[in-house]
Design a protein around this ligand. Structure first.
Ligand code: ARG
Length: 590
C-alpha cells in the first residue's frame, strides 16, 4: 500500500509534469519547519536553477494545481520558491481507515525474498555476560525484529567467543584442581562422562582465578597456552571438556538473554568456523591474495581512496596461529555455504570498526561473497556512568548484566510503591517496565554515540523514557476497556472508523500515525532503531495532549466518540508494534 507521503509525491510529480516540468522535481518531504507547514516540496527551486527562471513563479504555478487536489487543505508558494503543503483532514482519516488491516502499517516489504544474517550478542563462553555485551544484544535484537517485520528471512547468530585462550586457562586450572578427572588421563578409552564436572557458578570462579594467575605465574600461563594448542588440535579429553564448558555456559547465557527478551536462531561460535580455515587459506593462496610479511600471512586491503590508513588484514601469525579476522572470514565461508545471505550485519563496540573494514574488504577480494552482498558493521558507543567513564559497579568492578537488570527493576518497583496493585502484580509489572526502561534508555540514543546510564532518568514515568511510553499504552488500554464495558461489547468489537479530525490536536495525532511505515523502513535502511523511539515519543506526546483536551468517555456526540475510540485503538496498535520492534512489551497495568 502506498504511504501518504508517496501519494503526495505522486500528486506533486503530476503537477510539475502538467506545468511542463520534470515529474521527479515533485518530491514531498516532512516539513523541517513544522511551525509553518506540515510538508514541503522544494522542486521549484531546483527547476528554477535548471531553467534560469524565477523560482517563486514556478512554485506558484505548481501550488495552484495542487490546491485543487483533495489530498491538500492548502498548497502555498512561499518565497523564494518553496511549496508548503497542508494535508486535508479527510485525506488523513481515509488513509488510516484504508491502512487498518495492513500489518505492515503502510511499510513496503523491502526484505521479501532476502536473507540477512545478524551477528550480535557476541558473548564469550565462560565469562559472565557484562554490560559491555548489553548494547550489542539490545540493538541487534531490535534490528532483527525490524528486518523480520519488513519481510526478511532474518537469522540472528550469537557468534560466541569460544575459541580463545580462556578455554586453555580453564582447562589448565581444572587440571591442577582435579587431576584425577578422566579428561586428563591420556590412556582413557571410550566415552567421557555426560555430566559436566562443574557448574556455571564454578566456571565463573575458575576463569577469573586462572586469568589472574596467568598474569603472575609464567609457568602456568605457558601451560594454559599449551592446553589451548592441544584443544585446538583435537585432543579428545580436552575436546570433551570444551563441550562441557560451552554447554554449561550456553545454558546460562540463554537464561540471561531470555531475561532481556533477546533470542538467537543460531548459537554458533568461533569454534564452528575453524574447520573451514585450511581450505579457505588454500583458496586464498591459489587466488594469489596472500602476502608474506615478516613470516606472517596478510591480505592487502588498502584502497587508493582511503583517507586513513587501512593496515593489511592479518590472517596467520608467524607461529602458524590463526586470528580473529581469520575466524570471521571462515565464518563467512560457513554462512555462505549454509545460508547464502544477501546481507550481513554485525553489531559490536565501535572499537572493532577497523577489524570489520578489513574483514569485509578481504572477503570481497577473495570472492567469498557476491559483489552485491551488503556487509554492514554497526559500531556502537560506550555506556557510561554518570562520571562519564564506562559504567562500573559501585565498587568499581565490571557490572554483571543480571545485577543491572535487577537494579533497574527495583528502581521501577520503588516508583510504583504507592500504587494499589497487588504485590505480585507490582513485582511482575516492574520487571516488564524495568526492561523497557533499560532498553529504551539505550535505543533512544543514536547507536554510534556514547551515552550515560542514568537510573533516575531512565526509570522516570515522564519524559522521553520507556516507562512513559508504556504508561501511555496502559492509559489507552484502560480507556478502551472502560468504553467496552460502558457499551457492553467485547474489546475486539470496538468501533473502527476514524472520522476526519475535528481540531488541530486530533489532526496532529492522526497525521503522526500515518508515518509509521516510513519510520520503520528508515530504521532498517539507516540501521537506526532510535528513529522508532523518536517517533513513538512524538506519538505518545500527541496522544497525551489529545487526551487532556477531550473527555472521551463522556462525549455526547456518539459518532465522534466512536471515532475517537477507533483513533485510540489505532494509536495503541502502532505503539505496540513499535515497542515490539524495540524488543519490549507493555504490562496490563502499571
Ligand atoms: N566475542 C566478541 C567480543 O566479545 C564479539 C564478536 C562479534 N562478532 C564477530 N563476528 N566478530 O568482542
Amino acid at each position: 500500500m502506498k504511504t501518504l507521503l508517496q501519494q503526495m509525491t505522486e500528486a506533486a510529480a503530476a503537477a510539475f509534469s502538467a506545468c511542463g516540468l520534470e515529474p521527479a522535481l515533485g518530491k514531498v518531504n516532512l516539513s523541517n519547519r513544522p511551525d509553518l507547514c506540515e510538508y514541503q516540496c522544494n522542486g521549484a527551486m531546483a527547476a528554477a536553477k535548471q531553467l534560469h527562471r524565477n523560482p517563486f513563479e514556478i512554485a506558484e504555478e505548481v501550488a495552484k494545481r495542487l490546491s485543487s487536489n483533495p489530498l491538500f487543505a492548502k498548497a502555498e508558494a512561499v518565497r523564494p520558491g518553496f511549496i508548503n503543503l497542508t494535508l486535508a483532514p479527510e485525506a488523513i482519516s481515509d488513509y488510516l481507515n484504508a491502512r487498518r488491516d495492513d500489518v505492515l502499517l503502510g511499510a513496503e516489504a523491502v526484505g521479501a525474498g532476502r536473507t540477512i544474517i545478524l551477528d550480535y550478542g557476541g558473548a564469550n563462553v565462560a565469562k559472565p555476560l557484562h554490560v559491555g555485551h548489553l548494547r550489542s544484544a539490545i540493538i541487534g535484537e531490535s534490528l532483527k525484529r525490524i528486518c523480520r517485520f519488513l519481510g526478511f528471512h532474518a537469522i540472528g547468530d550469537v557468534h560466541l567467543g569460544d575459541w580463545g585462550l580462556q578455554m586453555g586457562l580453564i582447562i589448565e586450572e581444572l587440571k591442577e584442581r582435579k587431576p584425577e578427572l578422566p579428561y586428563f588421563d591420556p590412556s582413557h578409552v571410550g566415552e567421557y562422562p555426560a555430566e559436566a564436572p562443574f557448574t556455571i557458578g564454578d566456571l565463573e570462579e575458575i576463569y577469573p582465578t586462572a586469568s589472574a594467575r596467568s598474569k603472575e605465574d609464567e609457568a602456568f600461563a605457558a601451560k594454559a597456552h599449551e592446553a589451548t594448542f592441544r584443544l585446538q588440535n583435537g585432543d579428545p579429553g580436552y575436546t570433551a571438556l570444551f563441550r562441557h564448558i560451552v554447554n554449561v555456559s550456553v545454558a546460562d547465557l540463554k537464561k540471561n538473554y531470555g531475561n532481556l527478551n533477546v533470542t538467537f536462531d543460531l548459537w554458533k561460535g568461533e569454534s564452528d568456523a575453524q574447520a573451514y580455515i585450511p581450505a579457505m587459506m588454500e583458496d586464498f593462496r591459489k587466488k594469489g591474495i596472500l602476502r608474506q610479511s615478516e613470516g606472517a600471512m596478510v591480505i592487502d586491503v588498502a584502497e587508493e581512496s582511503d583517507t586513513k590508513e587501512v593496515p593489511p588484514c592479518l590472517v596467520q601469525k608467524s607461529d602458524g596461529a590463526y586470528l580473529y579476522a581469520t575466524t570471521d572470514l571462515a565464518t563467512i565461508v560457513q554462512r555462505e555455504k549454509d545460508y547464502h545471505p544477501d546481507e550481513y550485519f554485525y553489531v559490536t563496540d565501535k572499537r572493532q570498526a577497523m577489524h570489520f573494514l578489513q574483514v569485509f574488504r578481504a572477503a570481497r577480494k577473495a570472492g567469498l561473497v557476491r559483489e552485491d552482498t551488503i556487509m554492514t558493521h554497526l559500531g556502537f558507543g560506550t555506556m557510561n556512568g554518570k562520571d562519564g567513564k564506562p559504567f562500573k559497579t559501585r565498587s568499581g568492578g565490571v557490572m554483571r548484566l543480571e545485577y543491572l537488570l535487577e537494579d533497574v527493576t527495583n528502581a521501577v518497583y520503588e516508583r510504583m510503591a504507592d500504587s494499589d496493585m497487588p504485590e505480585e502484580e507490582k513485582r511482575s509489572a516492574s520487571k516488564i517496565v524495568g526492561l523497557a526502561a533499560l532498553k529504551y534508555g539505550d535505543l533512544s540514543n543514536q547507536a554510534t554515540k556514547d551515552y550515560v546510564f542514568d537510573m533516575d532518568r531512565f526509570t522516570s514515568f515522564e519524559g522521553n523514557t520507556g516507562p512513559y511510553i508504556l504508561y501511555t499504552i496502559v492509559r489507552i488500554a484502560s480507556i478502551l476497556k472502560r468504553f467496552a464495558a460502558q457499551e457492553g461489547i467485547n474489546e475486539d468489537a470496538l468501533p473502527k472508523e476514524i472520522l476526519p479530525a475535528g481540531d488541530a490536536g486530533e489532526k496532529a495525532l492522526q497525521r503522526l500515525l500515518t508515518g509509521a511505515g516510513e519510520v520503520i523502513t528508515a530504521a532498517y535502511a539507516e540501521k537506526a532503531p532510535h528513529k522508532l523511539c523518536l517517533f513513538i515519543y512524538d506519538v505518545a506526546n500527541a496522544f497525551n495532549s489529545f487526551y487532556h483536551e477531550h473527555r472521551i468517555l463522556t462525549e455526547e456526540d456518539q459518532e465522534r466518540k466512536a471515532s475517537w475510540i477507533a483513533l485510540l485503538a489505532e494509536t495503541k496498535r502502532v505503539l505496540n508494534v513499535m515497542i515490539d520492534l524495540l524488543g519490549f512489551e507493555a504490562p496490563e497495568r502499571m
